[in-house]
Write a protein that binds this ligand. Structure first.
Ligand code: ATP
Ligand code: MG
Length: 578
């Protein structure tokens, strides 16, 4: 009897015969080189496989080996700080095995089996345990990594380890049952279950003023960040990875430039997380599938990233996934779909694009975790979308806009004016804004909601007035309109404008964000009072306020208080004519 054999290879797809008992999504080893692949379609005894590695070396009649397992990822201590490819292999191990080019078929486990971890059990002999229960903990780079009973396992603890344990060694033995390890496996395409889904009301702070104040994201929410070429998507995703208030960040570089990932590695390693005092890289898992890597793995990399985030969610943490970009994920779907000769939908994308995008977004959320002790965790998803030509009506952008709880739409005109983040406040929105307002009002300032509404109002009126001014000239405007334009300019340029490269302003605390926003509103109010009192717009010392606001924004933390005092003085002086 002969085993499965290759009978056709087209790009990232291959066909094998003798696959009668195979199942969809089963992982296979393709050809003599043992390339990793997955069953996409079954017709009789012929399976269509998508191959995650370069297929050019494959020849017909080479064997195909079935694994009887779906594509899955190892989850356990050792993930933090790891850099892995779209199917979970650590790049370092791949480089060691194959030099600068990844050797085909290299089998490298995500986690190093030989690393020892200091395991502290929390369960005792005789205790009943069930899926999701915390067995014990290891300390991984400042994070208490909770070791969970894998899904589908339960029983009575017969023996439990304590102290140094290798990643591949058991930590607990169940009576007449299986042994449990520090690591577990999970199929990447399947959502990890939770006890219950919870509403998302608390904001996940981003440290970016325009998001936290105008378009906040809730913990467990989803945001689409559509933007044409060079509008700042990657800079936003990287700023979020650095500063967003998540315990664990999974950064998925999906089909984008390789040098950007090198940048992430370099910068994140140098940057210290102010909350933990440890390098940001240590709370980050990097999934790298750059544009020069095979297209099928680009499709899987997003699911891999979500699975890792869910695993940390299940431990009771706030995980965030930054995907850059979902357009490349969708293009991979399109390429594979067209090779399968499926009926194409809009612009050649498969007809199931929207439902796949929806299912992917559904993996975000805040949950009550399975198992004891009780805990909640979340996965928040930030996805960049790169519409060709910046045209938001194209299918991928539309599919993501439909399912995103918030949209941060980037505008090339703003990027061109170097107004960064180049977020178009007219086209952006957040369904989480109302819930977040209550949270900010309680913790930062009770005027938070009012300040936010006033900013939005100012920006809207500003747009109208600037259109009028373009026709009649700014001199023709009345004083109170010119004041409004001046206030809105402060909002746009100094409050919402935030340089990702300014060491003092790359991160803005909610307190700082509020004070700057409020100062612009106070400027408008003080100016109006002065006009009412008989001053003319020309007499107002706008320049002084502007300077003081810029200084407060850019001050180092130690000088911030003094700078804000000066800003208050400038605001008070506004109405006083010399
Ligand atoms: N917040 C920011 N502060 C300062 N500069 C920024 C900011 N955001 C973007 N930029 C500038 O815009 C440039 C382009 O940004 P970025 O690479 O993030 O765009 P992109 O949308 O990812 O582009 P692409 O479509 O090519 O992937 C950056 O190199 C930087 O100079
Ligand atoms: Mg980019």
């Amino acid at each position: 009897m002969t085993g499965p054999k290759l009978r056709r290879v087209v790009g990232a797809l291959a066909e094998a015969s003798g696959m009668r008992d195979a199942v969809l999504n089963e992982l296979v080893r393709v050809g003599d080189a043992g390339l990793l692949g997955e069953v996409l379609r079954l017709t009789g005894d012929v399976a269509t496989l998508q191959v995650f590695e370069e297929t050019s070396g494959l020849a017909l009649e080479e064997p195909v080996l079935r694994s009887k397992q779906p594509l899955s990822v190892q989850l356990g201590p050792g993930l933090l700080g790891a850099v892995i490819d779209g199917i979970g292999r650590p790049l370092q191990a791949l480089a060691a095995a194959g030099g600068d080019f990844i050797a085909p078929g290299v089998d490298a486990s995500t986690l190093d089996p030989t690393t020892r971890w200091d395991f502290s059990p929390v369960v005792t002999v005789g205790q009943q345990v069930r899926a999701g229960d915390v067995l014990g903990t290891v300390l991984e780079k400042g994070l208490v990594h909770r070791i969970l009973v894998p899904l589908g396992k339960e029983g009575t603890i017969e023996r439990v380890a304590s102290g140094a344990v290798r990643t591949d060694e058991p930590v607990a033995w169940l009576l007449d049952g299986p042994t449990l390890h520090l690591w577990q496996r999970w199929p990447v395409r399947r959502t990890r279950p939770a006890r219950a889904r919870l509403a998302s009301t608390e904001p996940l702070l981003t440290g970016q003023r325009i998001f936290d104040v105008l378009f906040p994201i809730a913990e467990g929410g989803t945001v689409a960040v559509p933007g044409g070429f060079g509008t700042g998507k990657t800079v936003i995703e990287q700023s979020l990875a650095k500063y967003a208030q998540a315990d664990v960040v999974v950064y998925v570089g999906c089909g984008e430039r390789g040098n950007e990932m090198a940048e992430v590695l370099h910068e994140f390693g140098a940057l210290v997380d102010p909350r933990s005092g440890r390098p940001v890289l240590e709370r980050t898992v990097l999934v790298v599938n750059t544009s020069n890597m095979p297209v099928a793995a680009r499709e899987s990399s997003v699911y891999l990233g979500l699975t890792i985030a869910e695993y940390f969610r299940d431990q009771g943490y706030r995980a965030a996934v930054m995907a850059d970009s979902l357009s490349r994920w969708a293009e991979a779907l399109r390429e594979i779909g067209s090779r399968l000769q499926e009926m194409p939908g809009e612009e050649g994308y498969p007809t199931y694009l929207a439902s796949r995008a929806a299912r992917l977004h559904e993996r975000a959320g805040r949950v009550q975790c399975l198992g004891a002790p009780e805990r909640t965790g979340s996965v928040t998803l930030f996805s960049a979308v790169s519409p060709p030509g910046g045209d938001f009506s194209e299918p991928v952008t539309q599919a993501c806009l439909r399912v995103g709880g918030a949209v941060w739409a980037l505008d090339p005109a703003l990027a061109h004016q170097r107004q960064f983040p180049a977020v178009d406040w007219n086209a952006s929105y957040s369904l989480y804004a109302e819930g977040a307002e209550a949270w900010f009002a309680e913790r930062v300032d009770r005027r938070w909601g009012e300040t936010r509404s006033r900013l939005l109002e100012l920006l809207q009126r500003d747009g109208e007035l600037r259109e009028i001014a373009a026709v009649v000239g700014p001199e023709a405007l009345e004083d109170h309109d010119r004041l409004l334009l001046a206030a809105a300019a402060l909002v746009r340029e100094l409050v919402l404008g935030q340089s990702a490269f300014d060491p003092n302003d790359a991160y803005s605390s909610p307190q700082k964000s509020f004070r700057l926003a409020r100062a612009a509103i106070d400027f408008h109010d003080a100016g109006r009072a002065a006009l009412k009192g008989g001053s003319s717009f020309a007499e107002l010392d706008v320049g002084r306020v502007r300077q003081a606001l810029a200084a407060a924004r850019d001050a180092a933390a130690a000088d911030a208080e003094a700078a804000f005092l000066k800003l208050d003085e400038a605001l008070r002086a506004l109405g006083r004519t010399p």
